[in-house]
Design a protein around this ligand. Structure first.
Ligand SMILES: Cc1ncc(COP(=O)(O)O)c(C=O)c1O
Length: 423
């Protein structure tokens, strides 16, 4: 560790933003990070589902270096090829309903843009969101976020006309997926009867698999039902794929896994494998109704970030087809671990977005188990993150080009950590 990094950090970096570790990283390569003291860590945090290609993938690095020698910023003033190139690459991989794009800097900003687009073009103001959803921290995005009440605490009044309805959480509710879907849909219909008429709703804003909220796949039936309600009432379906996109769940987007048509698709995180960029996609017909100048940005679509995004998509073409095989292997292994560890209550997810929920008796969330497992893992050279309102769910998100050996190494460490906790 370089001299006094922790003290220097504490003296000058605002504590409101929390960091998972005090370890100072000095370099990264593939699935690995090197700390200032020379220790190597298998990075299954992927910068919170960002470095889907691992650290410094060669093709992306070359694209950034090429753009670095040309120009860095002319945004909002001049036209430039990397912006169009990135959009063209996105057009190749996004669902068929999406064929026009605009770029922002972060997931939250893209969510804000998507909601503004929906409100302005529909002339309706209501936004329906799903309990446990996470959409970011800006004033609007935090108003749509219900993964933890703490994120909203102290910031009221929030943005108005937001309506919260349950997202199916079968394990937590002690229900089958079918029962949980039926319960969530019954509540949604009650909301449409008692709180807001469908004709006043601009959009449903939903993650096709909840991330921060606890790694709950939305399920085919629930997503189909949301699409049907939107179609019946002329409501726009905004899919927030900031965390689930770019191959994470086994196809380019989870909307494609479920074959559910988004009207508006929100992308971020892995889009440029670590450079700050986000994007919103929709149909040309919808985006051409949004009056020019009704939204804007200085940095969104930065040339370096767009060059990185185009190259990220190009490189992912060789990687995404392998995710299913790696996923099957990981689910097999976690299934075995569930048999041998009483602390594992549930293993769920899609692709390489896997939640392992740690519990005590009667499914009671066990955040102490999660803490013990991550501490053990860190000492053994593995970085993992948590999620869920009780912070008792291991979020297992290795790079998508992880080797089977690395994947097994990570799961072996979790196995040892659970053995140590349970003994
Ligand atoms: C589904 C989802 N939407 C939006 C966001 C916000 O993204 P950002 O932190 O880049 O603003 C996140 C971040 O975790 C997310 O997971």
């Amino acid at each position: 560790m370089s001299e006094n990094i922790v003290t220097r950090f504490q003296n000058i970096i605002a504590p409101v933003i929390t960091w998972d570790s005090e370890i100072e990283i000095v370099s990264g390569e593939g699935s690995w990070l090197t700390a200032a003291d020379g220790r190597k860590y298998l990075d299954f945090s992927t910068g919170i589902a960002v470095s889907n290609l691992g650290h410094r993938p060669a093709h992306v690095k070359a694209a950034i270096q090429d753009q670095l020698d040309r120009f860095w910023h002319v945004g909002g003033v001049f036209r430039y090829d990397p912006l169009v190139r990135a959009a063209e690459r996105l057009d190749e991989i996004t669902p068929p309903s999406i064929d026009m794009f605009f770029f922002m800097n972060s997931g939250a900003e893209a969510v804000e843009g998507a909601v503004k687009l929906a409100r302005k073009t529909s002339g309706r103001q209501g936004i329906v969101v799903f309990r446990g959803g996470f959409h970011g921290r800006t004033m609007g995005a935090v108003s749509y976020t219900t993964s933890k009440a703490k994120y909203r605490q102290g910031y009221h009044p929030l943005v108005g006309s937001i309506f919260v309805t349950p997202y199916p959480h079968p394990y937590r509710w002690g229900m089958s997926q079918e029962e949980a879907n039926a319960h969530a849909l019954a509540e949604l219909h009650l909301m449409l009867k008692h709180e807001i008429t469908p004709g006043e709703i601009a959009a449903f804003l939903v993650e096709p698999m909840q991330g921060e909220g606890g790694y709950y796949p939305g399920s085919q039936a629930f997503m189909d039902a949301l699409r049907a309600i939107c179609d019946e009432h002329g409501i726009l379906l905004i899919m927030d794929e900031v965390q689930t996109g770019f191959g994470r769940t086994g196809d380019w987007f989870t909307s494609l896994v479920y074959n559910v048509r988004p009207d508006i698709l929100v992308m971020g995180k892995a889009i440029a494998n670590g450079l700050p960029l986000s994007a919103v996609g929709a149909s040309k017909a919808l985006l051409e109704q949004w009056p020019a100048g009704s939204h804007g940005t200085t940095f969104g679509g930065n040339p370096l970030c767009c060059a990185a995004a185009a190259a990220t998509v190009e490189a992912l073409h060789d990687v995404v087809p392998n995710v299913e095989k790696l996923s099957d292997h990981a689910f097999d292994r976690f299934g075995e671990l569930k048999e041998s560890h009483r602390t594992i209550g549930d293993v769920r997810g899609l692709g390489l977005m896997i939640g392992v929920e740690l519990v005590g008796d009667d499914r009671a969330p066990d955040p102490a188990a999660f803490q013990a497992v991550t501490d053990y893992a860190k000492d053994a050279g593995l970085f993992i993150l948590g999620c869920g309102p009780d912070f008792n769910v291991i979020r297992f998100i290795p790079p998508l080009n992880v080797s089977t050996d690395e994947l097994d190494r990570g799961i072996d460490i979790i196995d040892e950590a659970l053995t140590s906790y349970e003994s």
